[in-house]
Write a new protein. Structure first.
Lengths: 99, 294
């Protein structure tokens, strides 16, 4: 039995919410459900009670391929000293939101 | 944390002038700022009684749903049901407040919810009966929300603008309640042999209480433009139930309606034995500590 089935017979789903039009979906948490349709309902009931969302994605946790903490250095350290990759030399106008 | 994120925390921290114990955060009169005068040609007493009927249905059924808290099979389902109970409690508050204003005797929602006796409650008996198991919960919720959605859809055209507005808000909530219940009835009916048997037994147990939902009574007849005639809702509700039961592979029960007592039912203040216990729990704190604050 997989680790995420210890507490519940239902598999784990990860939930992504979009707060408003124009923003990205953001990971907000996870939940248990019997199938994707039920996961969507649960997500609505657990994560949008305070008017947080206009769109919900749910993904079975087992379908996510994640980077491993052991590989942190080879994955991420090489980009640390390359400041020229950041667009920091532009001025962002005040009226551009969400940057 | 930006301004538009998680404003509930600001809501919790907000101080309001209302410190009564029963109130959580930032409660105000649910009809604050709304013109609640009764239109010409509408009998205020009948309107008040009608709002009590609809408000009591929501208040009492919400309490029954709240009794499921800590007993649901999964944490996720518990939150879902709490949301539904809370929606109904919101509907009850507005309807009882509307009843109080129409009545014109100065009674507010709290007086109506906590200081009326059993025979003054006008809810249907379907709302007060205890669920024997999870299957009964989903079956009862399906019948209740399918019926109430059909009712509220009609009431959006009510001649009482306050009632029409309350109904319009409720329609969105009830659409979700019905969907939630229908999914579970289908899941259980179309599930294992055991879940199918329990779901069928649940419907058989609830069915006798459904007939009362479609009874027209004298109060409703005096409010032709304001109230929805329950008898006209039967077709729509039957169609919904037929669709769900077919998808679930369940049989439509063939059960006689629960008898009225001397022609009277929940709408007339005649209730089942279980109702007294429910009301005692619902009202005990308010009656032990009237007007207490915290």
């Amino acid at each position: 039995m997989a680790e995420n089935q210890v507490r519940s017979g239902w598999p784990l789903y990860e939930v992504f919410l979009r707060g408003k039009r124009g923003l990205n979906h953001v990971h907000v948490g996870s939940l248990h459900a019997a199938d994707p349709e039920m996961a969507l309902h649960h997500a609505r009931d657990l994560y949008t009670r305070r008017n947080e969302g206009v769109s919900i994605w749910v993904v079975a946790a087992t379908d996510i391929t994640a980077s491993s903490p052991d590989e942190k250095d080879p994955f991420f350290a090489p980009s640390g000293d390359k400041v020229y990759r950041h667009p920091t030399f532009y001025e962002i106008p005040d009226d551009v939101p969400h940057m | 944390m930006t301004d538009d994120e998680f404003t509930v925390y600001q809501g919790l921290a907000q101080d309001t002038e209302d410190h009564r114990w029963a109130f959580g955060t930032g409660f105000t009169d649910p009809l604050e700022g709304i013109d609640t005068s009764v239109a010409d040609g509408v009998d205020p007493a009948a309107l008040a009684t009608y709002c009590l009927m609809l408000g009591d249905d929501a208040l009492i059924y919400s309490h029954r749903l709240q009794q499921w808290m800590t007993r649901m099979p999964e944490l996720e389902e518990e939150t879902a049901l709490a949301n539904i109970a809370l929606d109904l409690l919101g509907q009850a508050r507005m309807l009882l407040a509307r009843a109080g204003r129409a009545e014109g005797a100065g009674r507010q929602e709290d007086q109506l919810a906590f200081f009326r006796d059993e025979n003054e409650f006008r809810n249907v008996r379907l709302a007060e009966t205890i669920d024997a198991d999870f299957a009964e919960l989903t079956g009862r919720l399906l019948i209740f929300s399918a019926w109430r959605l059909a009712l509220f859809s009609q009431l959006t055209g009510s001649a009482d603008p306050v009632l029409a507005a309350i109904a319009a808000k409720g329609v969105k909530e009830l659409t979700y309640h019905r969907e939630y219940a229908a999914e579970w009835v289908i899941r259980l009916g179309d599930g294992t042999a055991l879940s199918h048997a329990k779901m069928q037994a649940a419907l058989e147990a609830i069915w006798p209480l459904a007939d009362e939902l479609f009874r027209t009574d004298a109060v409703i007849r005096t409010l032709p433009a304001v109230a929805a005639d329950p008898a006209t809702l039967r077709g729509e509700v039957d169609e919904v139930l037929r669709t769900v039961l077919a998808a679930a592979g369940l049989d439509r029960p063939d059960r006689a309606p629960m008898a009225a007592v001397a022609g009277q039912t929940g709408r007339d203040g005649v209730h089942t034995e279980a109702f007294g216990y429910l009301l005692a729990e619902l009202q005990s704190v308010a009656r032990a500590h009237p007007d207490a604050t915290w």
